[in-house]
Structure formats: C-alpha cells, structure tokens
Design a protein around this ligand. Structure first.
Ligand code: FE
Length: 466
C-alpha cells in the first residue's frame, strides 16, 4: 500500500499525477480534423509515481509520463505511459519512493544510494530514427515511437554517458542535433558540455568548458553559425545544499552572462556578454542579422518557482517575450535587449523548419492576469517582425499547454498549418486535445478531441508526422 500524496501544490488540482496507464482507440471529435493532419502529438510531463520522501520536492521532479494522441483518417487514438527509467523500475518494485529530491543522498533510501535518479520528464525529440524522452540531468531515454515502450538510456556509442539538455536543437538545413549540458563534470559544478550529433546519430563534437559559475541552464540558442549559452543567476551550490539550503537558488549578484560561440570553431571561440540579472527558461528562436545575433527569449526579472539563497520564494514575476541583440562587430561585453511583447507568456514555439534562421511566427501559452505560467489561459501568436499579436483565449477556468506547430504540408509557407495543444477543462477536471488553424487562431479550435480523464499540467511536446 503506497502512502498518500501530500496536499501541496504539485499534488493537487491538475498538477496531481494520474495513477493509471491506458489506451483509447477512437476518441470523440467535435469539429473537423483536417485530412492532412496525420501523425502523433506526444507530450511529456512530471507525473510522480509515489509520494516524495522529503520536503525538497519540486514540480520539476516527478517521473516522466508521455501522452500520445495518434491522428489519422479523422480518428484519434490515445495512449499514456510512464517512462520506465531505472528510478521508476526500482521504486515500482519497492512500492514507494526511494530517491531524495534532486537525488539528495541524505534523504535517499539505502536501496537506492548511488543509483541513477533520471526521470526523463521534460521533453521529447525525434532524431536519427529514434524517439527520446529528455530531462536535463540525465542521458536521453529511448522510447518505442509506436507503443511508448521504454527502451532505456541511449549512450550514442558510449559517447553520451551523463547529463544532456531537454532542449537540443535540430538544424533544419543539415539535420544535425546541437546539444549542451550544465554541471557536466560533477555535482553542481560550473562545467558545461557542448556537442553535436549527426543526422544518423553519431556524436561528431563534444567539448567541455567552464561557465562563469554553476547555474541551472535550461535552454540555449542555436543559429546557422553560432550557439548562445545563457548562464543566468539561478545558481547551483553543493555546499549550500549540504548545509540544508536550496540546491538551486536565485542569486542576482552573479549577474547575467551569455556565451556566444561559433559553431565551426567550438568553445575556444566563446565570447561572454554580461547584463543585468534576469532569468530565462526558454528561447523561442535565434538568428543572425549580419554581425548581430538576435534571440527571442521569455525573460523574467527573477527566476520564478525557485527560492533565494536564504530559502525565501520572493515575488513571482511574469515572463515576457524579449529580444536580445549581440553585436559581434563591437568590442566590449554588453548587449542590447528590449521587450517585444507585454503579455505574460511561456512555452514559446516556432515552425521548427526555421530553427536558427530569420523567422516571423511564434506561438506561446499566455496568461490571463491572474494566471500562472503552467496554467495558461490562451494561445498567443506573435509576428516577431511587426510585434502584432493575436490570441485564442480558453473559456474561463480552463488552461492550455504549450502549442505545437504542424505545417500544413512539408513545403507550406512558414507558419501555415495547425497548432495542437492539450486543454484542461477546470470545471470538468478533464482534458481535451485541441486543434487550431494558424490562419484563424482567434476563431478557436477547428477540432476538439475529448478525453474522459485529465492530462496533468506538463512541459513540452512534439509532433511525429506519419
Ligand atoms: Fe523547457
């Protein structure tokens, strides 16, 4: 008999895990599914199998659960499966949580000491003919794309044996996967990894470098010729954690450092730019404008959802879309930035065929004034060339996930297609898959696919065509 979950935020409302895996074969569809929409929307998120062992639990630490909506011939099937990591298997056999939060050895059961606590809960990527569930503290974890069966960690021929970002980028022109990792050379260190993987899955570059300090680096940016590493002052500290403080804490005195590197030259070409403290979970896209590198990011004045070094949560700010501009033709270490949107938003996505290239269309989950990043009230489109914005608002009480873009055809114009997202119906405590046409966002979903259960608030998704 497993213990009850606490009544705290990560375990109540639509944060609460669902404790079953299931299949549905023909979900009811309200509206018209486009004939050209064939493939699978996959979403990943935290869904803890058991109540945590200590008070250090964070929403980010739940076991990964993948939800798949397969769409073909106007029918939709659904399947959800936990990602059966070594941690999941060990705890499943024990019937209780065995690992401390963030792998904390002080609160880890003797049966799990020294073992891998990867949770594979953050995102998904398809590359080299393989589907991976990703989480930034551990190796990519392979899943069978048709069944979601767990295949285990993938080490790319013995070359990826440690941490790996949940936000690699796939270069649309070369098919290369560009990746990084933070605290890559030990526990809460400033070592970072940069690397590339060929379209066929061979690791072609892997370099370790030192960041200015140890920080949680959730995302980075890749352009045609450059990589940006945002090292922002959500710092990691082992001495602080051992002393009972937060492993990761907001420490603005460290300032913001952004490393800009040439992809062809590697980490020896890193140039660090410095700015006022800020935090960014997600980069929407980055691109080159002559000698300038531009990046659109969701910027916070203070890292949300994390305490300061004394453990105080402080005021939770909002994330807004900003543009960073690094002028490589100028000396010095400063860079320009400005907000390009005043709406609170998160989970930025683009037409992935324009990753790293000049682009126009971005979509984000956006907040009502009273909302929260993971419980967004609408889906926003922004034309980053004009700043023009349109929003599809959910009915009051409902929340919507990150929107995933699907092109209408493989060679459709940028942004011409559909957005897929999962909407939580607050009053019904149930979720729907919604399909929006990017050409008529404000008109609302063209198709709504009803689940009889809810999909907990999660993180990131992807579209697997075919
Ligand atoms: Fe993320």
């Amino acid at each position: 008999m497993s213990r009850p979950f606490p009544k705290t935020r990560p375990f109540t409302g639509n944060y609460a895990p669902i404790l079953m895996e299931c299949d549905a074969y023909d979900l009811p569809v309200d509206g018209e599914l486009p004939a050209g929409l064939r493939g699978t929307l996959l979403r990943n998120g935290a869904n803890p199998q058991f109540a945590p062992r200590d008070a250090g639990y964070h929403w980010f630490l739940g076991d990964g659960m993948v939800h798949a909506f397969g769409i073909a011939d106007g029918r939709v099937k659904y399947r959800n499966r936990w990602v059966r990591t070594p941690k999941w298997e060990l705890e499943h056999a024990a019937g209780e949580a065995l690992f401390g939060s963030w792998g904390n050895p002080m609160t880890t059961d003797p049966r799990a000491q020294g073992k891998d606590w990867g949770i594979a809960n953050t995102s998904l990527v398809w590359h080299g003919g393989r589907l991976f569930a990703l989480e930034e503290g551990h190796q990519p974890f392979e899943l069978a794309p048709d069944t979601l069966d767990s295949r285990g960690y993938h080490d790319f021929g013995g070359k990826i044996t440690g941490r790996f970002t949940a936000h690699p980028r796939i270069d649309p022109e070369t098919g290369e996967m560009v990746f990084f990792a933070y605290t890559a050379d030990g526990m809460l260190t400033s070592g970072m990894l940069y690397g590339t993987i060929s379209p066929s899955g061979e690791v072609t570059r892997k370099e370790l470098f030192q960041a200015p300090y140890c920080a949680m680096v959730h995302d980075f940016a890749v352009t045609r010729n450059h990589v940006l590493f945002p090292v922002l002052p959500l710092t990691g500290s082992l001495p602080r954690a051992i002393a009972g403080g937060p492993a990761f804490a907001w420490e603005p005195d460290k300032g913001a450092w952004i490393g800009v590197m040439r992809r062809d030259a590697g980490t020896s070409s890193l140039r660090w730019f410095r700015g006022d403290p800020c935090f960014v979970f997600h980069v929407m896209n980055a691109w080159e404008d002559g000698e300038q590198i531009c990046a659109e990011v969701v910027r916070y004045d203070r890292a949300p959802a994390f305490p300061d070094t004394k453990g105080e949560m402080g005021q939770t700010g909002i994330g807004r879309l900003a543009r960073w501009r690094f002028d490589l033709s100028q000396p010095g270490d400063s860079f320009a930035w400005d907000y390009i949107d005043d709406m609170a938003s998160e989970f930025p996505r683009i037409d992935d065929r324009f990753t790293g290239l000049p682009y126009r269309h971005g979509w984000l989950a956006c907040e009502r004034p009273e909302g929260r990043i993971e419980a967004a009230g609408g889906i926003e489109h922004i034309d980053v060339t004009s700043g023009r914005r349109t929003v599809c608002w959910m009915p009051p009480g409902d929340s919507v996930s990150e929107p995933v873009f699907v092109p209408r055809t493989p060679d459709a114009a940028e942004g011409d297609g559909w957005l897929l997202a999962v909407a939580w119906r607050g009053a019904e405590h149930r979720s729907d898959l919604i399909v929006l046409d990017t050409g008529a966002l404000e008109d609302g979903p063209i198709a709504t696919v009803g689940l009889s259960h809810r999909v907990p608030f999660g993180f990131h998704g992807m579209w697997l065509p075919g």
